[in-house]
Write a protein that binds this ligand. Sequence first.
Ligand code: DAH
Length: 346
Amino acid sequence: MKNLSDIKETAIQAIRDCKNNADLNQLRVLYVGKKGEIQEVMKAMKDMSKEDRPAFGALVNEVKKEISALLEERKCVLEEKELAVKLEEEKLDITLSGYRPHLGNIHPLMLVQQELEDVFVGLGYSVAEGPEVECDLYNFERANIPKDHPARDMQDTFFINVEELLRTHTTAVQMRQLEQSQKEGKEIIKVICPGKVYRRDDDDATHSHQFMQCEGLVVGENIRLSDLKGTLLFMARKMFGENRIIRFRPSYFQFTEPSVEVDVSCHICGGKGCHVCKGSGWIEVLGAGMVHPNVLRMAGFDPKKLSGFAFGVGMERIAMLKYGIDDIRAFYTNDLRFLKAFNRFE
Ligand code: DAH
């Protein structure tokens, strides 16, 4: 029969070396199980004297307790290790990035249009549209440009037939708005008309056969040039920054009298002169003027009672200035690298 201290020593060693819970269970059976080595030692009690039995029993129990405690301790260690291995194996990396849906973005010209609409709707204007295939009547005649007028040469376009053409400016929508408002008996008009326009042109960095304009029109009693100036100054500051100033230069349009060309102080150099404003400190942004009496008359209004101002902005020009774009063709060639530069979601 094995001696108790040998059993204790080999048990301690075996438990320490044990690497997994299954083996540990076998050790448990081997040492402290019902038919285990400790139990075997207990059997020796029956051959002992009555006096020796309690002390021996106590000693064996002590060893049994010690081994049991060690088994329990090792069990916890091994379970923890096994859990750690399991967690490592079953690790779910929830930080893995998901699939982002591809979001499109708004075209830079639309951004400018939306911004202009915000500015003018905020001033109480409404937004109107008109057809891109337009009648000669609204595109030219009503704009005080009769059939034989030389100004037509500057706005050559694609004619569908003698009377219909691709509109050359949003001024055509202005003429429609005047006529409609007169029919409806309105005496106050405040409207902007954004949209695409077309002209025969040789495309280059600053010319495109298709481009966008935004027309503005205000008609009412006692509308003056100073109203136009205040309105355009407000717009310039909203579009190009609070410190902008504007200046009017005399110009000529058939549908306005007087007519002006409007410059905004350069938003890059603040007016000192730089490559964007070509050293002048000013940037030409739009044409404007007081609605010509002939135009009011042709729409059925009495120019003695009512007056108005109008303006026409090139949206590409605004976008090019705002976003630093140097070739107008970029807006129309659909290069995704260019368009994605305006994606606010990526
Ligand atoms: N229609 C002009 C053009 O295309 C722009 C313009 C100038 C519009 C003056 C206006 C205006 O309404 O008053 O060149």
